[in-house]
Every structure is written in C-alpha cells, then in structure tokens.
Design a binder for this molecule. Structure first.
Ligand code: F6P
Length: 325
C-alpha cells in the first residue's frame, strides 16, 4: 500500500476536518501518499479535479473548523453498478490503493458494496451528528450538535419563561432519537418525543393536557424530527384540534445543528478515529468502522455498524419521566 485516499460523504458533521487532518498526518507519518477526494462518491465518480493531493500543510489550521474542506454529497449514481465502475476506474487512474471514508449509514453501505465488487480496502470513520451507528459510543459531530441544540434551548427557555409559554423544539436525528434525548435531558425539557418510543396520539394529547394543568408557568418539549409524520408543526396542528386554547411556539433547529466549530470532545474523537482508520488499513483490515467502545478504539464490520442495533440508553429514558414531576 503506497497511496490512500480520504473522503467525506453524506451529511456533514463538525469534526470531519479534524478527522481529515488525522488521516492525512497519520498516513504521512507512515510514509504513505494521501489524496483527498472532493465531494464524496460523486467526486470519486467524476474524477479529474476532484482528486487533490494532500500534505501536512494542506490540512493545517482546519482542526477547529466545522464543515468539511473536502465537501460532501449524497450520490445516487454510486448506488448503480455503472457509477461504481467509473469510481473504480478513477481510483486506479490515480493509483489509489486503499480508502478512508468519513460518513454515516449510506457511506458505509456504499463502501461495503464497493469492496465486494472491486476489493479496494476501506476503513470508515463515523461522521454524523445523528449518533446512530453501532460499534461506537459516539459519532464525530454528535457532541457538537447537542451542545449547539442546548445553546438554542437555553435561549428559548429565557423567552418561554418571560411569556409563560409552551415551546416545541424540533431537533434532527433522522429516525434516531439520540440528539433529542441528550439535548432534552441537558436542556431540562419536560417532554421528549423520540422516534424509538412512538406514543399514540391520545398519549401525546394527555402529556400536554397534564402539562397545561400543572403548576409550571412554561414548558419545553423536544421533538425528534423522526417522531411524528410532518414534524412539530403538524403535531401542534393536530393537538390544537383537541385542545383549542393551546398556543405554543415552535422552533425547528434544522441545519444549525450541523455547523460550528467542533467541541474538544469531537476533535479528540475525530483525531483518534482518523488515526485508527489508517493504522487499520496498514494492518490489512478492511470493511470496518473505527469507533470508540468504552473509550477504547475498536473496529466493527460495516454491516454491524449500520445494523441499527444501538439502542437508546434506558437509564437516560427513565430520567425524563423521573424529572418530569
Ligand atoms: O444525517 C444527518 C442529518 O442531518 C439528519 O439528522 C437529517 O435528517 C438529515 O441529515 C438532513 O439531510 P439533508 O442534509 O439532506 O438536509
């Protein structure tokens, strides 16, 4: 193995740049050449200027920056055999022997199929704010995202208290509730609605009835985007049919959660996992994700990491009920 390539793919997450830096510098330390592939699988397929040579200096002063200097995309073409063939041809043209991919479920699914067809070794690093990958306690970007959500929730509490209002705050996470659960507990939310714990509508209405009749002058509910079809706006519309006097405010935090300077935790995590990915390739590993299990670096096969077997911590779920009194 002489030359590796690194790329970011899927939704960006804070800490991806710290990881690109770690991959590049670990590779150089081990006398490997490094190419950065711009725009994920899309750039891999399109070739040309999407393949850029990286050195220690080109990854300087990026550890603190959100986003990804390599850009990212979600590629439908890579899901086709023809697209993957073009990608392979471009990798060969650029003498790439192995890959480090930084991304989430879709990225690793693509990497697994690609390896099975073309046998180019690949190790992944979990880069997603959703924290929905098995084989790692945390994904790169999750800690920053929950702190960003928390900053917003704290501000919303100020105005909620002043106006004695009920607020719904919708957070990201796709079909996983990790962001909602963590920001809900840290933000002192009264109600946290998660995709994993689907209440029926009567239960939701009764939560809010209870809350309206409690002695609290204001309340915050965190709604995971995957909890209710149509999201927080639709949920509130439906609740109003049962409780016409209910007049909450709704805040959708959206892509703010994906940006910003990574926290110290995310920088260290990204640095450890980027390093582990290259060391894994050097040891002949492939088709695995470098993650952190009980604070120890571990490699988990892609198919296990995307299996969705990581469950929300029941201890944290219980806290929501205990503190809501
Ligand atoms: O997977 C990361 C994520 O931010 C999810 O939380 C969210 O559902 C989705 O990406 C949004 O995707 P897009 O970038 O296409 O708007």
């Amino acid at each position: 193995m002489k030359k590796i390539a690194v790329f970011t793919s899927g939704g960006d997450s804070p800490g991806m740049n710290a990881c690109i830096r770690a991959v590049t510098r670990t590779a150089i330390y081990n006398h490997l050449e490094v190419t950065g592939i711009m725009r994920g699988y899309k750039g891999m397929i399109e070739g040309g200027e999407n393949y850029v040579s990286l050195n220690s200096r080109s990854v300087g002063n990026i550890i603190q920056r959100g986003g990804t200097i390599l850009k990212t995309s979600r590629s439908n073409e890579f899901m086709t055999a023809e697209g993957r063939k073009k990608a392979f041809e471009n990798l060969k043209l650029n003498s790439i022997d192995a890959l480090v991919c930084i991304g989430g479920n879709g990225t690793f699914t693509g990497a697994e199929i690609f390896y099975n067809e073309y046998k180019i070794p690949c190790i992944g690093v979990p880069g997603t704010i959703d924290n929905d990958l098995s084989g790692t306690d945390f994904t790169v970007g999750f800690d920053t995202a929950i702190n960003t959500a928390l900053g917003a929730i704290d501000k919303i509490r100020d105005t909620a208290e002043s106006h004695e209002r009920f607020f719904f705050v919708e957070v990201m996470g796709r079909d996983a509730g990790y962001i909602a659960l963590a920001s809900g507990i840290a933000g002192g939310a009264e109600i946290v609605l998660l995709p994993e714990v689907k209440e029926n509508f009567d239960q939701i209405v009764s939560y809010f009835n209870k809350s309206i009749h409690s002695k609290k002058s204001f309340s915050i509910a965190i709604v995971a985007e995957g909890n209710y079809e149509g999201g927080a706006f639709e949920m509130v519309n439906q609740i109003k049919k049962y409780i016409p006097t209910f007049d909450p405010r709704i805040v959708i935090l959206g892509h703010i959660q994906r940006g910003g300077s990574p926290t110290a935790y995310d920088r260290v995590l990204a640095s450890r996992l980027g390093n582990a990915a290259v060391e894994g390739l050097l040891k002949g590993e492939t088709n695995k994700m470098a993650g952190l299990i009980n604070n120890q670096v571990a490699l988990t096969p892609f198919n296990e990491s995307i299996s969705k077997s990581k469950k929300l911590n029941p201890e944290l779920l219980k806290l929501i009920d205990i503190f809501n009194c």
